[in-house]
Structure formats: C-alpha cells, structure tokens
Design a protein around this ligand. Structure first.
Ligand code: SF4
Length: 503
C-alpha cells in the first residue's frame, strides 16, 4: 500500500462488539472519522475505511474479529481499503492482530487517527478538500518516504514478546497508566449520538478491582475518572437537546473520583450535582448509571438518588454469586452480607426502585451447595431482572488459568433454575403494575405488529398498541392491562389524564 490513494468521497464502516462502553466509545470514534471527511455506509462491501471496536470478554467476540478481518483482507486483492482495530483488546491479542489489521490502537489514541492514517500513506478526504481549497495549484507530492508502518502502541512494545508472566502484566499496566493521559483528549470529542433521546455519558474508564473472571483491567487499564466539569457540560447539552434518558457509564461508576482524591468529587457528590442540574432544568429526564460495585456502594449514594426526581429509581447492582466462598474466589471483595445491607438500604430509601443484577453460574469449582446459596439470594432479593451468564473462561482473566471444571449440562441446568426463579419474582412485580398508570419512554416499534414499546423509569419493558411513530422518543402515559414474565402491556392514555400514579 505504498501508492497514493485518492480518498475523496470515501465511506467508512464500523463494527462495534460488546458492551455499552464500546457502544459509547463508537459514538466518539464516528465523530473523529467523520471529521476526516469519511461518510458512514451500512454496506461494508463499499467502505474504504473499516474498523472494529473489539470485545475480549468472550472467545465468541474474538472469533467475530477474526472472521471479519479475514473477509476484509480478501477484498484487498480487488480494491484499496484500510482496516483498524480498537476497543477492548488483550495485550497478547494485539500482537497477533497487528499482523492482520493495518492499524491497531487503544481507544484513547483515537484523536490521533488522522495522523496514524497519514503515516500509513493515506490522505483523508478532509485533507484532500483542504488542500484543494486552501493551498495548491500545485499539490504537495505525497511523501513516500513514509513507508507503510503499523502503528505500534506502547503495550505492544512492552508485552509483544510474552504477555504471560506477572512482570509483563505489571509492565503493561504501567503502560496503560501512560495512556491515561490521552483519555482526557478522547473524552473531549463530541460524540455522534446514535439516538436522539437516549445517550450514554462516560464518567470513568478502566477498573482496579481485578475480579478473577474478568479481563477489563488488562484491556482498559486502571480506573480513570473523567473531569466532572466535562460530564456536567455534556449532560447540560443533552438536556438542552431534549434527551430523555441518560446513562452514566463506567466499569465501576461508584469508584468515581478515587483516582483523583485531591482534585475531584466523589460519586455521591457527582450524582448530587447532576440531580440539581437536571431537576432545576424543569425538563423530565431519567438519569441512570451502570455499573456500580457493591464494595463501594454507600448509603449516601442511595439517599442522594431518593432526593432528586431526575435520578432514576432503578438500581443495577451485580452480585455474581450468592456464596461467600465463590465471591472470594472471584475476588469480588465483598460478602453476601455486605450486599444484603445495600439491598436493605435501597428498599428503605428507594422503596419504589426496581433492582437488577448480574450473576455467573458454574464458576470454577462451584459446588451444588454454593449454587443453592445463589438460588436462595434470588428468592431473598426478588430481582426485577438478572442477567445470568454461564461461566466460560475469558482469555486474559486470572480464572482462565484454572480448570473450567463444571460440566456444561450442569451449568445449563443451573442457568435454567435461576431463570425460573427470576421469572417468578419479575412476573409477580409486573402483575402488581396492572391497573396503574406509568410514564413510559417510547423507544421504537415493537416486534408485535401494530405495537410500540418503551420502558418505565424502573426499566420495565412496556408495549402498547399504536402505529403513531411520532411518539418514539417521547414520554407517554400507559395504563397497564396485562403482565408477562419480563414485560407488561397497556393502553396509551390521553395526555394528562388520568394522573400518572406510579414510576
Ligand atoms: S469490577 Fe470486576 S467485573 Fe467489573 S470491570 Fe472490574 S474486574 Fe471486571
């Protein structure tokens, strides 16, 4: 790829895998790419710039990256195209992916993408236009002394030989610390929001917890809090633009400020200020956050949520297991009892709140008795929703070195048992909604023909008969008429009547 490639009118395609954090990052990636003059295309067959924001949580996601890049590289025989990989990528995988992608970089290096592409021998459409407009009767010749060169990140230089030793892991973490400085620049990018009424606002990146089943501390690095002034300014803009649902994002949102104790506020103070900002706007908006860690969850956070109307009464608090021995092996750094105290506080200060959780079944060595303890906590906490996952070793996580010794059929059986438990409590809650009016944010057309769907402040899914798509992105008042295991159905009420009686 040494020759000059004319990029005028070029398109890009971005594949985003994994969690909400990656989806949020992709909104900033789109801004940077579009500022370079590329336009989005749904048709990857047409794009000249193709990227993947990867997820390392499961092997399945890694496999998707391989299948995509093999396909893209096969197209390179017919036409010029440039490929890049970013997102959550393990240090060991970066080295392998550099042999397949033209560019591999961390998300915080995104603001430098244009330079990276330039070093690769490609001039972006925006540069072409600028040059045509501003400079040249005689265009600058392309500097072909810049040989096509992969953009090597610090991590690769440090750990490219062998990521498996503890020393290398430490070195890679130090390297990620250096990249923290670049995060500031990344967060300053104004995202291309994918929705006009729901938005994610990153408040923190990385994780210091080192749960043994998780690779995030190795892919995203240590916890870094985003400056609070920037968070307020993004939220204020979203409110001004009419957004109705805003989710504060981070791997450990309630650790916010701990990395900058002398200069930043705590998570409770951050929430308080956001509550003040949103309530005083006089505009209806629901502020969510995900995910908090039980270890750092304090009563003052729960009390603050109770004081501000805009702070949504929905708590997502991952427990992962209901057994102390398993929690210890997972390095979760809290006990079931500590978790129970938080739930009691939520019930006390936020009695109307729904509660969601994450659970892993079949973790290495999980006995029948330990699993039964998890089943019991479901009975005790009566979650509205639980995201239950079958354990599988995640490449790069500490537990991936341990024997994955629970047979698949037992894992599936445990998943089934917990799903049935969940259904009981979720449907019990949903049935109580019948006959009451709820404010619902309409999110789109439902799968059921002639229906729209949305969610309540507690994030219970609501569907109702309507083909009025102008309601999408707005609040409506729904009288609930029937309940299913994980959703409810109702009828849209005239504006203002009858009064909304429930959240
Ligand atoms: S708290 Fe645990 S599960 Fe969550 S990102 Fe950190 S290490 Fe992973």
């Amino acid at each position: 790829m040494g020759e000059f490639i004319s990029n005028h009118g070029m398109t890009y395609h971005l594949v985003t895998l994994g969690c909400q954090m990656n989806k949020s990052d992709s909104e900033r990636a789109r801004t940077v790419i579009e500022e370079m003059g590329y336009t989005w295309t749904d048709q990857e067959e047409e794009a000249q710039l193709m990227g993947i924001l990867a997820c390392s949580v499961r092997q399945k996601s890694i496999d998707k990256v391989y299948s995509r890049i093999y396909k893209w590289n096969s197209w390179k025989k017919q036409r010029n195209l440039l490929t890049f990989l970013s997102g959550c990528v393990l240090p060991a995988d970066r080295a392998k992916f550099l042999k397949l992608f033209d560019l591999v970089f961390t998300m915080e290096e995104l603001p430098d993408l244009e330079n990276m592409i330039g070093q690769y021998g490609v001039i972006t459409p925006a540069v072409v236009v600028n040059r045509q407009q501003q400079i040249a009767q005689k265009p600058e010749p392309f500097d072909d002394e810049h040989q096509p060169d992969h953009h090597l990140i610090d991590l690769f230089e440090v750990t490219g030989k062998n990521e498996k030793t503890g020393g290398d892991v430490l070195k890679s973490l130090k390297s990620l610390r250096r990249n923290e400085l670049k995060l500031g620049k990344f967060w300053e990018i104004t995202p291309v929001y994918t929705s006009s009424f729901e938005a994610f606002v990153p408040i923190q990146n990385g994780c210091d917890k080192f749960c043994t089943f998780c690779a995030v501390p190795y892919t995203r690095g240590r916890e870094v809090s985003r400056p609070s002034a920037e968070i307020f300014s993004e939220i204020k803009q979203l409110i001004d633009d009419g957004y109705k649902s805003i989710t504060l994002l981070g791997q450990n949102v309630n650790s916010y400020g701990r990395d900058k104790k002398d200069s930043e506020m705590t998570f409770k103070e951050l929430l308080e200020k956001i509550g003040q900002l949103c309530d005083s706007s006089g505009i209806e908006v629901w502020i969510y956050f995900t995910s908090p860690h039980p270890k750092d969850m304090t009563d003052d956070v729960i009390k603050v949520i109770s004081q501000y109307k805009s702070l949504a009464k929905q708590i997502h608090l991952p427990i992962q297991s209901g057994d102390d021995t398993v929690l210890k092996k997972m390095n979760r750094n809290h006990t079931v009892d500590k978790y129970r105290k938080i739930i009691l506080s939520v019930r006390k200060y936020l009695p109307q709140s729904t509660i969601f959780t994450d659970i892993i079944v079949g973790f290495t060595g999980e006995t029948d008795e330990q699993f039964e303890n998890t089943r019991k906590i479901m009975e005790e906490f009566r979650y509205n929703m639980a995201y239950i996952a079958i354990y599988s070793p995640r490449p790069g996580a500490a537990s991936s070195k341990w024997m994955d010794d629970i047979p698949q059929d037992i894992k599936k059986k445990r998943l089934h048992i917990l799903s049935e438990e969940l259904k009981k409590y979720s449907s019990e809650h949903n049935r109580k909604m019948i006959g009451r009016n709820y404010k619902v944010l309409v999110t789109g057309k439902d799968r059921k023909e002639g229906y729209l769907s949305g969610y309540t402040e507690g994030r219970i899914i609501v569907r109702f008969p309507s083909d009025d798509t102008t309601l999408i992105g707005n609040f409506v008042n729904i009288l609930i008429s029937s309940a299913a295991d994980f959703s409810v159905e109702g009828v849209c009420q005239p504006v203002g009547e009858p009064e909304i009686t429930a959240r």
